[in-house]
Design a protein around this ligand. Structure first.
Ligand SMILES: [Zn+2]
Length: 814
C-alpha cells in the first residue's frame, strides 16, 4: 500500500521536481521504495512554533508543497544536526501533523484526504545547521467498514475466576469495573459474539462510542471557543497534540533555565521518534545532586490523552508557583521531579491525529492502546503497511504496560500479538519500557506515578493477588489514602479489579524499592471532553469525584511531599572531599512470573530470570553529604507481611439449610433470602483465625445460589456470587471476632422441583505466618577518584526510614 510520490512537488524557491519517498520504515516495509530526501534551508533560526502556518516571507523556515495522491497517511521525516522542527498543513491551513523534538530528529505523521494540497513546513528552531533533509511519504488507506458499532459494555463477572476467564478472550478490557462487572470495549459485532459464545452476560453502557466521541469533540470545540484561559496552570483548554508537548517542554526549559533540564531517554520509539521529558529542581543540570526523585509519566497507552495532560500540567504548576508559594518553592528545592508526558509517542500521535477528520473508519486508530512494534508471532499479512495504515489496524503493537520485566508473563497479559494487552515477545522487549527501566535504574527514583485513564483508581503493587503484600503495605496504603483524599478515587492494590502482570510498578517497586502508583484518571472514557477529563480532574472541580478536595493537583503535591519525606526512603550520610564522585550500585537477578504459554493459564512455564543493575552517582559539594536513596534491600526479598498465629483456628461450623426455599431474587439486598447466624471467636477464646470461608453447594450448574456474609452492623464483609457452577465460597481475611450472618439468595432456578443447596459450612484457617526477614541486602558504595579509579568501596545496608552513617566515604575500604 506504500508508494513513492510522482506528483507535484515544489520547494518554495522552485526546486526541481523530484520524487519523494522515505526509508525510515524500510526495515518494516520490505517493498518500500528507496528514500529520496529534499534539502530545506533557512538562513536564520527562530525559536517559535513550527506547527502554526507561517507566512511565506517569515524568516527561519522553508516549505515543500505536495498534493495527497489518495486518502490516507502522510509522513514527513526531517533530519538535521541541530534543532529543527517540521509540520504538515492541509487545506485551509489545517494542521495535519507536527513534530517539535529537542533535536533534529522529527517525524510528522497524519491523515489526509485525496487531492488535499499540503504544505510541509520545516523550521530552524536553534543552532548552527542552516539546512535539513526532509523526506515525505504517502500511504493510501482503503475505506473499510467495521461490522457493527463500537460499544462499551459492562460484563457480569461476579467472581475473580470470571474476571480471569474474561481476560482470556482477546477482548479490549478497560481498567474499569467493580465487584460484579468489568467494562469492555466491543469493536464491532464479532467481539459481541465472542462474549456471548463464552457465556457472559453484559449490559450496554455506550451503544455507539464513535458517535459519543464526535459529540465530545464538538463539546471541546465549543469549550475552547467560549472559555478564556482555563484554570489549569498552563491555561490550556483543549487536548494537546504531540508537537505541543515537545514545543512546550522546550519553551519551559528556555523560560526557566535555572529550574528545568531537558532529558531525552536512551531509546528512540519504534518509528524512530525521540522520547523527551524535563527535570525540575534548583540547579537542574547536576543530575547527581543526591536529591530524592519523583518520576511522573503519562501515555503508556495511546488513547489515554488526559494522562499526558495531567503530567505536563504538574510541570507548569511547579514552575509557575516556584518563588510564589512557599510550599512549591521548598519542595522544588528539596526534590527532583522528572516529567515524561508521552512515554509512547508513536501510539499517541496515531490516536490523536486520527481524530480530527471525524471519519468513522479512522476511529479504529483513535482507540489505539499499544505501541508500534511488530511481534515475532505476527503473521506475514499483518506485518506490512505503516503503523497507522495496516491490515491489523490499531491491533499492531505491544502493550507497554504489560511489558515490564517484574512479574512479566503471568495473568492479565495476553500472549496473542493482536490482543490489546499483548505482553510482547520478551520482558522489556520494547523501547518504551527500556527507556523507563534505564531511567529508573540510573537514578534514585524514590517515588513514581504513572498516569492512565480511567476508573477513578489509585493503584499500588502487587498487581497479582497471590504475590502478597510488601512489608511496607501500611505506609504504602497510607500514602495512597493521602492522595485519594484529594481526588476521591479508590485506594486499592493493583489486583483489586483483576490480576495484571508486566506493569510499571510491579517491576520498579519490587526491584528498586521506589514507591510507585498507577492513577486511573476519571470515571469513564479514555479521552472525555477536556473540561471534565482534564480541567475538572486536575483542579478538583465538579463533576470530578475530587471536587472541592483539591483534585489530582493536590494528590500530586502529596506525592511530592512524600518524596521529600525521609521516613519513606533512605539516606546515606558521610564525609567526602568536595567534588568527589560517589557511586552506589547493585546487580541482581529479577524473576518474571511463571510464564503462561497460552491465554488460559492451562500451560505455565518456568519464570525467566534476567539481570538488573541499579547504578547512580552523587557529586559531593561540601565536606558532608546526604544522599537520598532507595532502601538497600529489595522489597521482593524483604519478606512479607504476615503474622504468627496466637492459637489454633476455630473448629468448622456446619449449618443446615433452613426449611423451605426462598423465591427467586435478583435484587439483593432487597427481596427474600435465607439467614443463618454464626459466631467467630478470637484470641480471648483461645483461637486465632487468619480467614474464614463460608461454603454452600448444590447439584445443577444452571442453578445459581449466591451468598453474602454480613457483620453485626449489617455491612456485607464477604460475598460469592458466581454462576455456571455448583458452589459458592465467600472468604474474609483476619475476621474480627463477633456475630455474623450468612444470607443465601436464590438468584436463578432452572428446574422443578427446585435445586436447593446443601452442605453449608464455615471453615477457619490460621494466618500466614510472618516471613522472617533474613535477607538484608546492601548497596555497594564507591568513591571514584578524578582519574576514574575507585579510591574506596564499602557495603552499606540501609532500610526505609533509616539514615546510614558511613564516615569518610573516600578514606579507604572497610
Ligand atoms: Zn492505561
Amino acid at each position: 500500500m506504500s508508494f513513492s510520490l510522482t506528483g507535484r512537488v515544489s520547494g518554495r524557491r522552485l526546486r526541481a521536481v523530484r520524487p519523494l519517498a522515505l526509508a525510515f520504515l524500510g526495515s518494516l516495509l520490505a517493498a518500500a521504495p528507496a528514500a529520496a530526501a529534499t534539502t530545506v534551508t533557512a538562513s536564520s533560526a527562530v525559536t517559535r512554533s513550527c506547527h502554526r502556518a507561517l507566512a511565506p516571507s517569515a524568516p527561519g523556515h522553508d516549505a515543500l508543497r505536495v498534493t495527497a495522491p489518495s486518502r490516507g497517511l502522510v509522513s514527513a521525516r526531517l533530519r538535521a544536526s541541530d534543532d529543527w522542527d517540521v509540520a504538515v498543513f492541509g487545506s485551509k491551513r489545517r494542521l495535519v501533523a507536527g513534530s517539535a523534538g529537542f533535536a533534529g530528529n522529527e517525524l510528522a505523521e497524519g491523515f489526509v484526504r485525496k487531492g488535499e494540497r499540503l504544505t510541509v513546513q520545516a523550521c530552524r528552531f536553534r543552532g548552527d545547521d542552516a539546512s535539513a533533509r526532509v523526506a515525505v511519504r504517502f500511504t493510501a488507506i482503503a475505506k473499510k467498514k467495521t461490522a457493527g458499532k463500537v460499544q462499551v459494555v459492562d460484563v457480569v463477572t461476579r467472581r475473580q475466576v470470571d474476571k480471569q476467564r474474561l481476560q482470556t478472550l482477546g477482548l479490549d478490557l478497560t481498567e474499569h469495573g467493580d465487584r460484579n462487572s468489568v467494562e469492555v470495549v466491543l469493536h464491532g459485532r464479532r467481539d459481541a459474539r465472542v462474549l456471548r459464545r463464552a457465556g457472559f452476560r453484559y449490559r450496554v453502557r455506550i451503544a455507539d462510542l464513535a458517535a459519543r466521541t464526535r459529540r465530545n469533540r464538538q463539546k471541546d470545540r465549543r469549550h475552547a471557543a467560549s472559555a478564556a484561559a482555563s484554570g489549569l496552570p498552563s491555561g490550556r483548554d483543549s487536548y494537546r497534540r504531540l508537537p505541543d508537548y515537545e514545543l512546550e517542554m522546550k519553551q519551559l526549559a528556555m523560560r526557566y533555565p535555572s529550574l528545568v533540564k531537558p532529558i531525552t531517554l536512551n531509546h528512540k520509539s519504534v518509528l524512530g521518534r525521540d522520547v523527551n521529558g524535563i527535570e525540575i529542581t534548583t540547579n537542574p543540570a547536576n543530575t547527581a545532586d543526591g536529591k530524592p526523585v519523583f518520576l511522573m509519566m503519562g501515555v503508556h497507552h495511546a488513547r489515554e490523552w488526559p494522562s499526558s495532560e495531567h503530567t505536563i500540567e504538574f510541570a507548569y504548576d511547579l514552575l509557575r508557583n516556584y518563588g510564589r508559594r512557599s510550599r512549591t518553592t521548598s519542595l522544588v528545592q528539596q526534590t527532583r521531579t522528572i516529567i515524561v508526558p508521552v512515554v509512547n509517542p508513536d501510539g499517541f500521535n496515531i490516536s490523536r491525529e486520527a481524530a480530527p477528520l471525524g471519519d468513522f473508519s479512522l476511529f479504529d486508530y483513535e482507540m489505539k492502546r499499544k505501541n508500534c512494534s511488530i511481534s515475532e508471532a505476527t503473521p506475514a499479512q499483518y506485518r506490512t503497511g505503516a503503523c497507522d495504515a495496516n491490515n491489523a489496524g490499531r491491533l499492531r503493537g505491544t502493550d507497554p504496560n504489560r511489558n515490564y520485566g517484574g512479574l512479566w508473563g503471568g495473568a492479565g497479559a495476553s500472549v496473542s500479538w493482536s490482543s490489546d494487552t499483548f505482553r510482547g515477545d520478551d520482558p522489556f522487549s520494547e523501547p518504551e519500557t527500556q527507556n523507563i527501566r534505564e531511567l529508573v535504574s540510573s537514578r534514585q527514583v524514590t517515588n513514581l506515578i504513572t498516569n492512565h485513564t480511567y476508573s477513578n483508581l489509585v493503584l499500588r503493587p502487587p498487581g497479582v493477588a497471590e504475590f502478597g503484600f510488601p512489608l511496607e503495605e501500611p505506609q504504602y496504603k497510607a500514602l495512597g489514602a493521602a492522595m485519594t483524599a484529594h481526588n476521591g478515587y479508590q485506594n486499592i492494590p493493583g489486583f483489586g479489579l483483576y490480576d495484571t502482570t508486566g506493569t510499571t510498578e510491579d517491576w520498579s517497586f519490587w526491584s528498586t524499592g521506589g514507591l510507585g502508583f498507577t492513577f486511573e484518571i476519571g470515571p469513564s472514557e479514555f479521552h472525555p471532553p477536556y473540561a471534565t477529563g482534564v480541567e475538572a480532574e486536575y483542579l478538583g472541580l465538579p463533576p470530578a469525584e475530587g471536587a472541592g478536595d483539591g483534585g489530582n493537583r493536590e494528590a500530586y503535591y502529596e506525592m511530592l511531599k512524600a518524596t521529600a519525606d525521609t521516613a519513606l526512603h533512605s539516606v546515606i550520610e558521610g564525609l567526602a572531599p568536595p567534588g568527589s564522585t560517589l557511586r552506589i550500585s547493585k546487580t541482581f537477578q529479577t524473576s518474571t512470573s511463571p510464564v503462561w504459554q497460552d491465554n488460559f493459564g492451562n500451560e505455565i512455564g518456568d519464570p525467566i530470570l534476567f539481570q538488573d543493575t541499579l547504578t547512580s552517582e552523587l557529586k559531593t559539594s561540601g565536606p558532608k553529604f546526604a544522599w537520598h536513596v532507595n532502601p538497600s534491600t529489595r522489597p521482593v526479598v524483604a519478606g512479607r507481611h504476615g503474622r504468627d498465629p496466637t492459637g489454633p483456628p476455630q473448629e468448622t461450623i456446619a449449618f443446615d439449610n433452613p426449611a423451605g426455599i426462598p423465591a427467586e431474587n435478583v435484587s439483593y439486598p432487597s427481596g427474600p433470602y435465607e439467614s443463618i447466624p454464626f459466631t467467630v471467636n478470637g484470641p480471648a477464646d483461645g483461637v486465632d483465625n487468619g480467614r474464614f470461608t463460608v461454603h454452600v453447594e448444590w447439584g445443577n450448574p444452571q442453578t445459581d445460589w449466591d451468598i453474602y456474609v454480613v457483620n453485626a452492623e449489617g455491612t456485607v464483609v464477604a460475598q460469592s456470587a458466581s454462576f455456571g457452577d455448583t458452589t459458592e465460597d465467600a472468604t474474609l481475611f483476619d475476621p474480627p471476632p463477633g456475630e455474623y450472618t450468612v444470607h443465601v439468595v436464590n438468584f436463578d432456578q432452572v428446574q422443578s422441583p427446585p435445586d436447593d443447596w446443601t452442605n453449608g459450612n464455615v471453615t477457619f484457617q490460621s494466618p500466614t505466618p510472618r516471613v522472617e526477614t533474613g535477607t538484608k541486602e546492601s548497596w555497594t558504595l564507591s568513591c571514584i577518584g578524578s582519574n576514574g579509579k575507585v579510591k574506596a568501596t564499602r557495603q552499606v545496608t540501609v532500610d526505609r526510614g533509616q539514615r546510614a552513617q558511613v564516615g569518610n566515604a573516600c578514606a579507604g575500604s572497610k
